[in-house]
Design a binder for this molecule. Structure first.
Ligand code: SF4
Ligand code: FES
Length: 752
């Protein structure tokens, strides 16, 4: 279709609006209420433009183009209309730009300078709206609100969690939360970005810097396996805020609160800032050279005195691809095979037949192309909040989404069905009862990280795999850490080498490493208190071992107590890095801030050790080009990816009380669990343990649970009965302040 804007011809698409055509061609039209991912309400009238043969200027956001339409974005009629609208919008807007955090990036300020007048005809008092405290993440100055309703529509249409609404009319109109509630959704920070004025601001960032003094660094968020694209804004070499970086294929224009505020944990007081070695039972500060020599000496002497199989090397899948590659290269080149990253797991029978690496089973953009999606052992709302937006789109597109879990959890998108089963029934469900779906339809089964923690995960994976093969469904995974794909692919597992190559002699999995009590343990980016399936077993292993080497960004009490060497390493933000997300997209970024002078970049300190042992010499670009070359041979084509084999199973059939653990949204990794703002949220206040109603009846109104687990007794006070839980079930939530000393899943008894 031929359309003319400012006398120049453009090709328009069917059903396109004027603003869409103008945006596509770089023609600027001012707007407030319009946003490309929200419905069109045409309420602010800022986008009025002249159209030939129409008496009054028309809103560009809601007017569809027509053949031969002639639009004028700079004519006098357009300018007058926009000027009048601007004057009207400024009637009540305060002139507090010098003290407003939005200053310098305020759409109202910009549009007012370009399209407004320098004087106002309005001489009456401006209205004042009383502010509300809506929570720890968003600050409000509602007198500045221009009622564009973007924030309201975001809740209604995108996050499906309506937290703000418009009340009253005319002069009395207000944007408010409901019945004095706060804002607590997992995607709430997006309303800060959407607000075109300074009415909704980033609370933790408030008054910390002026926008024009900030430096912007594009990066990849490390807080889930989706890999949201993000801009970190720095001031004096410190990250002061984060905003989304648009990527249509991954996070579109959105960011979860965990990604937006998680970085605060980088500045936690327990950062490891000094190289330390243990001397006469005391940790003492040392020079880098002494640190490297000591580390190398421990590795060498363990190999010589006790044997290759007496070293256990454990790395977090939160590490960058460069670190994961160099870590396994260092140890596997020395023929050490005890390497693993699956520290939250306990049942590894599945490993031989597991795919090359976990992957979602489709591109993120294609989630809405399935007729059915079965979510098994995953709560999207709290584990992958950014995907709530995608599942919302999918359910609006008639995809039927079902949740099968050991807990009954809410989602912010429509579920076609929800079932909570205990661990034993979960493994039988796909063999016997089977989900109520039309199996002729296109189905995706996504297995979530909560399944990984279970003592019978192999049995469940086996039964799902058989089922998905029988109905020709796609099978995918969502992993608990951001870079599990790299960890698997680059050989941080005991039974495969780089690229999935088989090993001659598989090493021990993490659980066997811990149980066997090895001579030396090497931990990279892991906290014994929080990052293991069984924290007390790890404590015992650390206590018995001869040496413990920690490459770590934080010094926890257990690290301080048991480390022989502490190598302070960078967080993701203080190094060049890359991650492979769950759909297989490799994304690299450059260092955002410089670390303290005694903190080493993870990849570089590993390379020092590699060089010392004559095992090569790498730099960031040589690692990246090597990894990218090897990735070219990986088949990420999901339509062909149906090569799942049946998995060896280990069953649990006993009739016992199942203890399960859900990962807390704001305790999911080392950095997030230290974010002060996220720790103030409503989610972080929930420290309850939930028990099924049958167990509640046994207790006879007692207010303390006496639990026996792994031959130990302990008491729990803050528990609640949850009637939706399957029988014989107790569910813990792992959070920073609720250290779980015992295993994350398994068998317990309760004293009645
Ligand atoms: S608070 Fe901001 S986004 Fe919400 S209606 Fe007011 S101006 Fe628009
Ligand atoms: S942007 Fe078109 S009316 Fe608001």
């Amino acid at each position: 279709m031929k359309v003319f804007i400012n006398n120049k011809e453009y090709k328009a698409r069917e059903n396109e609006t004027i603003i869409e055509l103008a945006d596509r061609n770089g023609i600027k039209i001012p707007r407030f209420c319009y946003h490309k991912h929200l419905s069109v309400v045409a309420s602010c009238r800022m986008c009025l433009v002249e159209i030939e043969n129409i008496e009054h200027a028309q809103p560009a956001c809601s007017t569809p183009v027509q053949e031969n339409m002639k639009i004028f974005t700079h004519s006098n009629k357009t300018k007058n209309a926009q000027k009048n609208t601007m004057e009207f919008l400024l009637i009540n807007h305060p002139l507090d730009c010098p003290i407003c955090d939005q200053g310098g990036e305020c759409e109202l300020q910009d549009v007012s300078i370009q399209h407004g007048e320098s004087h106002s005809n309005y001489l009456e008092f401006k209205r004042v709206v009383i502010d509300k405290d809506v929570g720890p993440l968003i600050s409000t100055e509602m007198t500045r609100c221009i009622h564009c309703s973007r924030c309201v529509r975001f809740g209604e249409e995108v996050s499906n969690n309506k937290e703000l609404g418009l009340v009253n009319r005319g002069e009395h109109m207000e944007i408010r939360t409901f019945i004095e509630e706060g804002i607590s959704s997992e995607l709430s920070g997006n309303m800060i970005d959407l607000c075109p004025v300074g009415a909704l601001n980033n609370k933790p960032y408030r008054y910390r810097a002026r926008t024009w003094d900030l430096q912007q660094h594009g990066a990849i968020s490390p807080h889930d396996c989706i890999g949201s694209n993000i801009y970190y804004h720095t001031y004096n070499n410190e990250i002061v805020r984060a905003v989304p970086k648009e990527n249509h294929d991954i996070n579109q224009t959105w960011l979860s609160d965990r990604d937006r505020f998680g970085y605060e944990g980088i500045y936690s007081e327990d950062r490891a800032t000094k190289p330390m070695i243990r001397n006469n039972k005391k940790l003492v500060e040392c020079e880098k050279e002494i640190l490297l020599n000591k580390t190398n000496e421990i590795i060498k002497s363990t190999i010589n005195d006790f044997g290759l199989d007496q070293i256990g090397c454990l790395i977090s899948a939160q590490s960058t691809s460069e670190e994961l590659f160099l870590f396994q290269h260092l140890f596997k080149s020395m023929n050490i095979q005890n390497i693993d990253h699956r520290t939250n797991e306990c049942d590894f029978n599945y490993q031989e037949n597991y795919p090359l690496m976990p992957s979602l089973g489709c591109n993120i953009n294609d989630l809405d192309k399935f007729d059915n999606i079965l979510l098994v052992g995953v709560n999207i709302k709290t584990e992958f909040p950014i995907l709530t937006i995608r599942f919302n789109e999918a359910s609006k597109n008639n995809t039927k989404i079902f949740s099968i879990h050991f807990d009954s959890l809410d989602e912010d998108f429509e579920l076609a069905g929800k079932i909570a089963l205990n661990n034993s029934d979960l493994s039988k469900f796909f063999d016997k009862k089977k989900p109520a779906i039309n199996t002729n339809n296109k189905t995706l089964i996504i297995i979530g990280p909560n399944i990984n923690y279970l003592v019978n995960q192999s049995q469940i994976l086996d039964s799902i795999t058989k089922y998905s093969k029988s109905i020709n469904a796609q099978q995918g995974y969502l992993t608990d850490f951001c870079n599990s794909t790299s960890a698997w692919l680059f050989g941080n597992i005991p039974h495969r080498n780089f690229g999935g190559q088989p090993t001659n002699k598989p090493g021990l999995n993490v659980s066997d490493m811990i149980k066997s009590g090895l001579s030396t343990y090497v931990f990279f980016n892991l906290e014994p208190e929080h990052d293991f399936w069984n924290a007390s077993a790890v404590t015992e292993a650390l206590n018995k071992s001869k040496y413990n080497i920690f490459f770590t960004s934080y010094v926890t009490p257990l690290i301080e107590r048991y480390a022989d060497v502490i190598i302070p390493i960078s967080t993701f933000a203080e190094t060049d890095g890359s991650f492979i997300n769950i759909e297989g997209t490799y994304q690299a970024y450059n260092k955002i801030v410089n670390p303290n002078k005694n903190i080493f970049e993870g990849w570089s300190i590993l390379n020092n050790l590699i060089k010392m042992n004559n095992l090569g010499d790498y730099n960031i670009s040589s690692i990246r080009s090597f990894l990218l070359k090897s990735l070219q041979n990986i088949d990420f084509n999901y339509s062909k990816n149906k090569k799942f084999k049946n998995i060896n199973s280990k069953s649990i059939t006993n009739n016992y009380i199942y203890k399960n653990t859900l990962r807390h949204i704001y305790a999911s990794d080392q950095i997030v669990r230290r974010s002060k703002s996220l720790n103030l949220t409503e989610q972080s206040h929930n420290k309850f343990i939930y028990i099924s109603s049958d167990l509640g009846q046994i207790l006879n109104n007692k207010d303390t649970l006496e639990i026996r687990e792994n031959n130990k007794n302990y008491k729990v006070k803050n528990f609640l009965i949850k009637k939706e839980l399957p029988i014989n079930t107790i569910v813990y939530t792992s959070s920073f302040n609720n250290t779980l000393n015992e295993s994350k899943s398994g068998h317990i008894t309760i004293k009645s």
